[in-house]
Design a protein around this ligand. Sequence first.
Ligand SMILES: Cc1ncc(COP(=O)(O)O)c(C=O)c1O
Length: 374
Amino acid sequence: MNLGVEMREQFPVTRRYKYLNHAAISPPPLFVLEEAERYLRNVSELGTEEVNRIEEDDFRSMREDVAKLIGASWDEVAFVPNTSYGFNFIVHGLDWREGDNVVTDSLEFPTVVFPWLKLKRKVEVRIVKPNVETFEDSVLSHVDSRTRVVAVSHVGFNTGLVVDVKRLAREAHSQGALIVVDVIQSVGAVNVDVREMEADFAVAGGYKWLMSPQGSGFIYVRKGLLGDPPFYGWRTSKNFESYDATNFEIESGPRRLEPGTIDVAANLAMARAARFIKENSSEVLQAVNDLSGYANRRAQEEGLEVVTPMRKRAGITVVMAPKNSELSRHMLANGVVVSPRGGGIRISTHFYNTRGEVDEAVRLISQWVRRSGQ
Ligand SMILES: Cc1ncc(COP(=O)(O)O)c(C=O)c1O
């Protein structure tokens, strides 16, 4: 039995829907949900005893679970409530000089672009307009010696394109710039190795391909960066357990990146999911690749226009269709959950989906496109 079939019972959503919307929100499987639930129940019964038990190692084991999945070390990982917070943390954590620029692009999710606009008085924000075929060339053509940051997604939310981050990182570094990568659409769907891609920062919420509750998320900060974080709180202090407001010395470990209380339940669940994906990575990632390849091929066989390049895909397949919001509602009425994105329908399949579910999505899109063409 393959892993997807074996694990399908863990995803109650499959009883009701053909759920192909993991690039929006992944319903947590039961074993992930149980991790959060157990903690919350224990806190309800035991209060600080349970909280202190979990926090005893300063979340080191939770950090390790995430770090192992992304090829980082535990002290380069901190927990954030969402991707947008992680981006803002970086924006306000770097030193800026008049005339610096940031290079990003128009195909990004707004969170990759908007936080830099806060710097606009001092810093030029270059929003490149690339296309899918020549994405990296377009971005790089705007990088120069005054570029401080290149900000991109590893996988495009509205194209499904897997970006060659390593190429961008090398060029950025050669100009003295840093690279910030939004990995929310890649981690859990394709291999993410922050060292291999030479990322300086990576950020993701856990609620997409990591199949974790909203409120979970992480930031990867390469060793040596953000030694002095942009925000201070009780947890950024070295002797934080002394609760002495007259004595502040900055913490050097990853706790310096977490000014206050984190969402423990959500991040415990994310750490559990990260462990599962790491332990089963070849099967999970292969199944994601197979299903998106199947969706891409089936849509093309139906004569539909597919935005996502077959050879540079992760778990997302974007198929062009008119009146896409209406179509996604029509698909929902027929039990198929997708999102209208990028001028079409975004099908996003996780490892436990089936080819039959993809067939049904493609059939509905094809029928819609044929009818609208008449
Ligand atoms: C590329 C990308 N980044 C970020 C997000 C979500 O941002 P946040 O975690 O701040 O809600 C999404 C969600 O759709 C996304 O596709």
